[in-house]
Ligand binder design. Structure first.
Ligand SMILES: Nc1ncnc2c1ncn2[C@@H]1O[C@H](COP(=O)(O)OP(=O)(O)OP(=O)(O)O)[C@@H](O)[C@H]1O
Ligand SMILES: [Mg+2]
Length: 236
């Protein structure tokens, strides 16, 4: 679904990522691990058109998307759930969900309603709280809302930037279980994390350090793997 070949990218004159090769297949979950400042967010921003690619190329479903406009990519099914969630605090939960979908080309009122119901089934707490302002939700609920808002766009590729940030283990688990189910249904998921706890949900894992991939391999059973720990040593 997504392929990066020798991508070097950054912001303005600053180069952050170097020589990144990455493949994300249909229905696959790939986890990108790395410490603070390793370049994880920049990687997702590079794929979604929010950073400047200096060299190399990016394809989405076989099409070259290097340098494409972020809003076009989102509408064509490449959805990025940003770090920090970016819920609109004064809009209700339901309004936050609907703004996610309203610009999707060809979307009908009926499809919007179907998707809304699907998200309420995925995270029932969002249905219970659909009339309260997004800003009044707990951190875990806001992350669910951010994931659901992304899913309202009907993505084929879902990119998640540190969904576990600041959440209790129970909330993290609920979100990861939901994301794993999406991948099992055929969605491609690229997830960025500092915590290794997401490893058991992913098929493959990469480790980023100082803007370069220093490790790439199968994710299952990796949390106890000496090689990963040598490269990363991140906290569980
Ligand atoms: N818009 C920007 N302009 C200039 N430099 C940036 C920009 N965004 C990030 N950087 C720099 O790029 C490097 C990588 O940052 P990035 O946000 O990608 O790291 P990260 O792995 O997501 O870290 P964290 O775990 O803290 O979210 C850092 O040195 C950061 O200061
Ligand atoms: Mg980040």
């Amino acid at each position: 679904m997504i392929r990066l070949s020798k991508v070097t990218s950054g912001f303005g004159h600053l180069t952050i990522l170097r020589d990144i090769d990455l493949v994300l297949d249909v229905g696959e979950m790939v986890l990108v691990l790395g410490a603070n400042g390793a370049g994880k967010t920049t990687l997702l921003r590079t794929i979604s058109g929010l950073a400047q690619v200096r060299s190399g190329s990016i394809t989405f479903d076989g099409q070259d998307i290097t340098g494409a406009q972020p809003h076009r990519l989102a509408r064509s099914g490449l959805v990025h759930v940003p770090q920090g969630r970016q819920i609109v605090p004064h809009l209700t939960v339901e309004e936050n969900l609907l703004i996610g979908a309203q610009h999707v080309p060809g979307i009908t009122a009926r499809l919007m309603t179907e998707r809304l119901e699907a998200e309420y089934a995925r995270f029932p707490v969002l249905k219970e709280r659909r009339h309260v302002p997004g800003g009044s939700l707990s951190g875990g609920e806001q992350q669910m809302l951010a994931v659901s808002r992304g899913l309202m766009m009907g993505p084929r590729v879902l990119m998640l930037d540190e969904p576990s940030l600041g959440l209790a283990p129970q909330a993290i688990h609920r979100i990861l279980v939901a994301v794993e189910a999406l991948a099992r249904q055929g969605m491609s998921v690229l997830m960025v994390e500092q915590k290794t706890s997401a490893l058991r949900f992913a098929q493959r894992a990469l480790v980023l350090r100082n803007g370069e991939i220093v490790f790439s391999g199968q994710a299952k059973g990796l949390s106890a793997d000496d090689e990963l720990m040598r490269h990363y040593g991140g906290a569980g």
